[in-house]
Design a protein around this ligand. Structure first.
Ligand SMILES: Nc1ncnc2c1ncn2[C@@H]1O[C@H](COP(=O)(O)OP(=O)(O)OP(=O)(O)O)[C@@H](O)[C@H]1O
Length: 719
């Protein structure tokens, strides 16, 4: 799949210092961390916030601002080119937070920050984004509800490197040759001991302290090495592979990232099982080999138990050696005890004569008998130990010297021989483990680079997929970008309301020239009137959401949407009350931009509250005229003063109304959230008067009836 965020742009950045916010000190830190200036620039441009914020002194927010700044430099437009007011920016931020809540990885959460709406004149970029997102929409439909799949994705993160403090302590490299010593130090010293050796006895002394000894020169190999010292000889240090000398390095990389890598492999399988091609170069066969290799690796970086019978046999033998020996000796002692108690000595006539004649001592005779009993028991004990511990030929031979030749009772072992046996088992275990580690590391090392690539691709995948999940959740649709000035849609749903309430009433609406506008009512500038709590603000927000998302290249919350060109978007939320002179002036200044020619969309919510009603009606009327003059501009102004504004303007302004269809059986307002075109909505006070009218009788009702007449248009102040 393509990655839109890493596409080449027309204005590539050539130096870090071109990015606002990067001074010499920060530039140096970035280069030091990433190795080269190009690598640092790439990380910034790709929005690799996680790597950037690893640098001391670069916070997450600073990293984000650098990435955004770089993005706006390379794309030639920034967030504020389109989002022209503080409240427009706030709406975008709320939307972005909602979208980010669908991200499964920190990576995509961070990179989503680099998606912001672009002016219509950057249709090239908008369409690129649309194409990028379009590739994922089907995936969103297929997997957005698959909790197992989502859980796998959330386990994927940037791969952790081999820990800097990795050190193997039971292996040593011994060098007789100073040149080789230098090369070995350079290559392996950070991970395991490397020692120069002056003479053979030093070699033997050092070798004794380690379970494995590696040499790259044969200086001491011609000597007669004592038992138990078996150095491994690798001929050429320059060719010595890490996975042979130090398999722990590769294993530790895979072990540290085991969950993440396994999750990635399962993601690939899940995608493929549903017919989605992903990471195509990685065949099913390779997937199987890697999975099998990973299943043999423990989180501690060691091969797990249960996969290698020899490791299991030796491990169990070592673990059970003492207990098996003790119980075998106990039983043998008891048997011997019983045998001795039950034994009596019967002498033959010949023996009697020998004893009397002094040709034989009674002691010898007794020793002969005891020796037989002792040897039988020792033999039984050895057999039992060999059998229960599953000892092999060499190890069985060591049992021979475990018991003294001289009779001893109770039976006991020679502790130093026992120690030798233990050592032998231990050495064999370590040797076998090392051999398995090497095999495993060799298999895995072939996957190191593909795994890095796979994780990267899955992280990138999550970016598009998260957007697709957001889209699937809210049933978003790709908008139709039209040439005419207008915005029209059918069955739109305000995302903030929907996220909060679940089910809401869909709304259809149109301004300007779209196929949704009723004939003859294609006004670009509209006043929106309506009952209190009718949904005017929610509708403005909905339009804002559609426009922002549409110009981000995202699908939008409407069943169908036609979106005309918008270069700049102004949003003015409802003010809490009359503004002070300063704030009033600032608001007016923002509207002065309307004099410039370019497609502007202005959404304003009850702007009248910024100052006193009479003055504000005049001001709004003036603003509408300016908007009207610019044929590429659109405006919707929510107002309760529509009649007053109309009186003050010469512009062709349409007034639409969100009305209550009346009162329900409980005399509650029934609101039709769809604005009625070209109609000033009845206001809520009128309906409240009606409610009171219908609830009362007699004189009281007459009073409400009188008040109700006041709402009839054209009614004069009479009696
Ligand atoms: N399309 C909708 N579907 C369901 N509920 C809605 C819809 N639009 C608005 N509402 C509900 O009506 C409430 C009021 O909406 P909103 O604030 O948009 O009305 P308003 O016309 O701007 O009100 P006011 O004139 O008092 O400012 C919302 O909080 C929401 O609960």
């Amino acid at each position: 799949m393509k990655n839109v965020l890493s596409t080449k742009t027309s204005q590539p950045l050539l130096s870090l210092r071109e990015i606002h916010g990067i001074g010499e000190r920060v530039a140096d830190k970035l280069i030091e961390h990433f190795g080269t200036e190009d690598a640092a620039l790439q990380a910034i441009c790709e929005g690799d916030i996680a790597s950037l914020s690893e640098i001391n002194g670069i916070s997450h927010n600073f990293a984000l601002s650098l990435a955004r700044e770089a993005r706006s430099r390379t794309e030639g437009c920034s967030i504020s080119d389109f989002l022209k007011t503080k409240e427009a920016l706030e709406l975008y931020s709320r939307l972005l937070e909602l979208i980010k809540s669908f991200a499964h990885t920190t990576h995509s959460r961070d990179r989503l920050n680099l998606f912001y709406p672009l002016p219509a004149s950057r249709m090239d970029l908008i369409q690129k984004r649309q194409a990028f997102i379009g590739e994922y929409l089907e995936l969103g439909e297929a997997f957005s509800e698959n909790s197992e799949f989502l859980d796998l994705l959330s386990r994927v993160r940037k791969l952790k490197p081999v820990p800097a403090n990795l050190r193997v302590r039971d292996r040593i490299i011994l060098c007789g040759d100073p040149k080789i010593l230098e090369a070995a130090r350079e290559k392996f010293q950070p991970f395991l001991p490397v020692q120069g050796v002056e003479d053979f006895s030093e070699f033997v002394d050092l070798a004794r302290g380690y379970s494995s000894v590696i040499v790259f020169d044969d200086t001491y190999l011609g000597f007669d090495l004592p038992e138990g010292i078996e150095p491994e000889y690798f001929q050429d240090i320059s060719r010595a592979e890490f996975c042979q000398v130090l398999p722990e390095k590769e294993l530790s990389f895979f072990a540290r990232n085991l969950y993440c890598i396994r999750a990635c492999l399962n993601i690939v399988s899940a995608l493929r099982s549903q017919g989605f091609g992903f990471f195509e170069g990685f065949s099913e066969e390779k997937l199987g080999i890697l999975n099998a290799a990973l299943s043999k690796l423990g989180e501690d970086g060691k091969p797990v138990e249960g996969f290698d019978p020899e490791i299991d046999r030796l491990g169990a033998a070592l673990q059970n050696l003492d207990s098996v020996l003790t119980s075998a000796l106990n039983e043998a002692n008891q048997r011997m005890n019983r045998t001795l108690e039950a034994s009596s000595l019967t002498l033959s006539g010949q023996e009697l004569i020998k004893l009397v004649s002094g040709g034989m001592e009674i002691k010898d005779l007794l020793a002969k008998e005891l020796d037989r009993i002792y040897k039988t028991e020792i033999k039984a004990v050895k057999e039992e130990i060999a059998d229960k511990l599953g000892l092999q030929k060499q190890e069985k031979l060591m049992l021979e010297s475990l018991f003294p030749d001289e009779i001893s009772y109770p039976l006991s072992v020679d502790q130093s021989q026992l120690q030798l046996l233990r050592q032998k088992l231990n050495n064999s275990l370590e040797k076998t483990r090392l051999a398995r580690k090497r095999e495993l590391a060799k298999t895995l090392s072939a996957f190191h680079q593909p795994v890095e690539q796979l994780v990267k691709e899955i992280l990138d995948f999550d970016l598009g997929f998260s957007i697709a999940c957001f889209s699937a959740k809210f049933q978003l649709k790709v908008p139709k970008l039209i040439r005419e000035t207008g915005i029209g849609f059918e069955a739109g749903e305000n995302l903030f309301l929907k996220a909060r309430h679940g089910e809401i009433d869909p709304v259809s609406y149109s301004i300007g020239k779209t196929s949704f506008s009723p004939a003859g009512l294609e006004n670009r500038v509209v006043l929106l009137s309506g009952v209190n709590s009718g949904g005017k603000t929610s509708l403005l927000e909905l339009i804002a959401q559609c426009v922002i998302l549409g110009y981000m290249g995202f699908p939008v919350p409407a069943k169908e949407l036609e979106l005309g060109p918008v270069e700049e978007f102004y949003y003015f939320g409802k003010s809490k009350g009359t503004l002070d002179a300063g704030a009033f002036e600032t608001t007016l200044k923002q509207f002065s931009m309307l004099s410039e020619v370019s497609g502007k969309l202005v959404l304003a919510d009850e702007l009248e509250s910024i100052t006193e009603p009479g003055a504000s009606a005049r001001i709004i009327a003036g603003i509408l005229e300016y908007l009207y003059r610019n044929e590429q501009s659109l405006g919707i102004f929510v107002s309760h003063l529509s009649e007053l504004i109309l009186e003050n303007t010469g512009a062709e302004v349409r007034v639409d109304g969100i009305e209550a269809d009346g009162l329900d059986s409980n005399l509650e307002l029934i609101v039709n959230r769809n604005p009625v075109y070209n109609r000033i909505a009845r206001s809520t006070p009128e309906l409240i008067v009606e409610r009171l009218l219908r609830k009362t009788t007699g004189k009281e009702q007459e009073f409400y009836s009188h008040l109700k007449n006041k709402f009839r248009t054209g009614t004069k102040m009479d009696s």
